[in-house]
Structures are given as C-alpha cells and as structure tokens.
Design a protein around this ligand. Structure first.
Ligand SMILES: [Zn+2]
Length: 207
C-alpha cells in the first residue's frame, strides 16, 4: 500500500449538483484525501488563486463557467495538475476532450476503487507533466451561450471579461485581457452546446 505517500493528497472537486458533489466528496475523503469543493468553474478558479490541488475532478456541464472552460484554463495555466472529468454527458469521439483532461469517467459508470486507482496513477505521473508543452497552445473552449455576450477568462491572471457574441465566429480567436494585457486565445464551440441541448431534450429527467 502506498496510501501513506498520498495521505495528504489535495483534491479539488467541481460539480454543480449538490447531491452528487456531497456523495463524490465523501467517496474521495474515504480515500484519506483532503477535499475542497466548488459548484462551478468560477468558484474553482477562486480556490486555485489561493492554493493548488494535487488533482482536479470536474463535471463538464455547469452554469456559470463550464468544466470545458475551466479545464482549458487549468491545462494552460497549471499544466502540472492532472485532471479527471466526471460527467453524465454523452461525449463524442470527435470532441477534443483528451486535450483537456487526463481521464474521463461517465457519471455513475465507475467504482470508488477505479477512481482511487486512476487518481493514484495520475498523481504518480504528475512530476513529468510540466513538460507537456503542447498544452500551452490549447485554446479556451467555450460553449456558446444564448445571451448577447460570452465570457472569456485570462489564463495568466484568471480574470474574466465579456465579449459581444455578434463578433464571435467558429474559428479560434484572440483578444487582449483587459486586466493584464495578455493574449487570450479562445474557441467558441457552438456544436458542443447544440449537442448538449439535443441530449437534454432526449433525456429530460435528471439522473
Ligand atoms: Zn489577464
């Protein structure tokens, strides 16, 4: 057992459903890990400003800042932190999820043992992660919203600002952070949102 080595493992858990959040947190605490929780990506970023976890477990579809966007920012700003997505969404093979996360678990489709084994595996690998330089080029991945503007978050200073939706195309775009001047590259993926909406119509009941 190498659980002693991982005893102080700090996990950041991001999930908007309070019940799922609490049950998942209880599972992770039962591993002997310390857990901080956030109900969406914005809250998660606030926590990341204070203290960096050893691993992040995140839902994908959340109000406020989605997991897609949060994990894009983490990949660029904190590439050494391993990430796991846990979601009930149907994930297409064509969705570039592998660029965003190290592993994907279908909600309800894994055992605590499988989760523990994956966390241990990813944390054991994490010393080599800073050298994964290709992730620096991953753009923010923002599902398009129905509102008149979208929100982008700077991977350098972690501040968010809004951009008019009518200037947004499907291509990777660039804008300057109003707070620190850093270049923000982002991709508004309307097909992702469309897919999620269709899925929600087919399965209106919440799991
Ligand atoms: Zn900035």
């Amino acid at each position: 057992m190498d659980s002693h080595r991982l005893f102080k493992c700090r996990v950041l858990l991001v999930e908007d459903d309070p019940l799922v959040l609490e049950t998942t947190a209880a599972v992770v605490r039962s591993f002997g890990f310390s857990v901080r929780t956030a109900e969406d990506g914005f809250v998660a970023l606030q926590i990341l400003r204070e203290v960096l976890p050893d691993i992040i477990l995140s839902d994908l579809r959340m109000p406020g800042m989605s997991g897609f966007e949060l994990l894009s920012i983490v990949r660029r700003r904190f590439p050494h932190i391993p990430t796991i997505a846990i979601s009930g969404e149907y994930i297409l093979a064509s969705m570039p999820l592998g660029l965003l996360v190290d592993h994907f678990f279908q909600k309800g489709g894994y055992t605590p043992e499988q989760l523990l084994a994956k966390i241990k595996e990813l944390i054991a690998d994490s010393p080599i992660r800073p050298h994964l330089g290709k992730h620096a080029k991953v753009p923010l991945w923002i599902p398009r919203s129905d509102t008149a503007y979208i929100v982008v978050t700077c991977a350098e200073c972690l501040r968010s600002s809004s951009i008019a939706n009518d200037t947004v195309t499907a291509e990777v775009q660039e804008t300057e952070c109003i707070a620190c001047g850093a270049l923000i590259r982002f991709l508004v993926d309307s097909s992702v949102l469309k897919l999620l909406e269709q899925k929600a119509k087919i399965l209106p009941a919440r799991k």
